[in-house]
Design a protein around this ligand. Sequence first.
Ligand code: ATP
Ligand code: MG
Length: 399
Amino acid sequence: MSVVLKPLLPGSTLGVLGGGQLGRMWVHTAQRMGYRTAVLDPDAQSPAGLVSHHHIHTDYLDAAGLQQLAAVCQAVTTEFENVPADALAQLAVTLPVSPAASAVAVAQDRAREKAHFVKCGVPVAPYVVMDTAEQLADLWADAANAAVIDNLLPGILKTSRMGYDGKGQLRVRTREELNAGWAKLGSVPCVLEKMLPLTSECSVIVARGRDGATVNLPVQRNLHRDGILAVTEVFEGNVPEALAHQAITAAKAVAQALNYVGVLCVEFFVLANGELVVNEIAPRPHNSGHYSQDACDVSQFELQVRTMADLPLTQPRLHSPAVMLNLLGDLWFANANAEQVEPAWHQVLALPGTHLHLYGKREARVGRKMGHLNITAATPQAARAVAQQAAVLLGLAPF
Ligand code: ATP
Ligand code: MG
């Protein structure tokens, strides 16, 4: 059965829950396409709120705030994973919301997320769920269960909810460290995952329309430092073709089984034996997809606008090899005196094919995502060479 969609055309108002950098870049894109925008975020200085037509600064679950958003918008999306799924569910009573609260709720809970991957037949890291102290004690009391846990050590203990950028995670090597680590994380529901020998990490961004049409960005290769994305590289041959195909197929299967509408990022590990293992999903555009702004004919933010407005989805094309460097607040403190100094943008922008994106955050803080630098070039070698030069100028480690 084919679904006939009535698109929301430019001139309509589109809304987003969350006012961070992802919301800001979405606002810029929606406005470029002729839409009006509304942002709901409690922070009066939120990066997206500052550039939007409407900025409602209330809590995500504030009834009056949600009502106001619903009154000015014809469709709503989210840019922040920890927006309560309930806020999306409330909005969905009166207007189209994508992604749906049910899909966001899966992405917000690592245990549900992993169960979903298993259901889709996509390989995951071996894991167990640890919800309560009693459950943990029971696991240890049973010899067979204890053996299962021992087999997951050394492992990573991750809180089921509210984790991001490596926060809410601890590496644990022994039974004692596991017990102590669980208490340290606040004795909240967690998953324990086996530490896997990663050779690399990659991710795929898919966009799925209300009619089920699905397109994807090319597979991105990602380098993390201290649990935070540092570098993304995208070009032909960057990831072996068979692996890229497998990742795209898996990402589409994960989206389809959620009956997903919107932009979804699926993160993967590549193991030493060449195996691909899914890590997690983000129900929104993702840091690893930022290169698409300058290297693809359709960016991840335009895909988000198109899916929520029921506009046609065309398969994006990578027109330039690209490297993205994440710009964390650390860069502002890279000098020896630990004083805040603006990075050498003028020198960086003297390099060919550099595209600077800063998020308009007033204050630089260590670990805070302040912006990113996209580098495009005619060849992968040229893009990498410029990126390495830019990294030196910015005080970033080579890659
Ligand atoms: P984000 O939301 O920013 O992607 P996160 O806090 O949700 O991060 P994860 O993606 O689970 O955290 O993990 C962060 C990084 O830690 C991974 O990208 C990977 O480098 C490493 N890591 C996580 N789990 C494992 C594992 N089981 N084995 C080896 N490395 C891992
Ligand atoms: Mg991650």
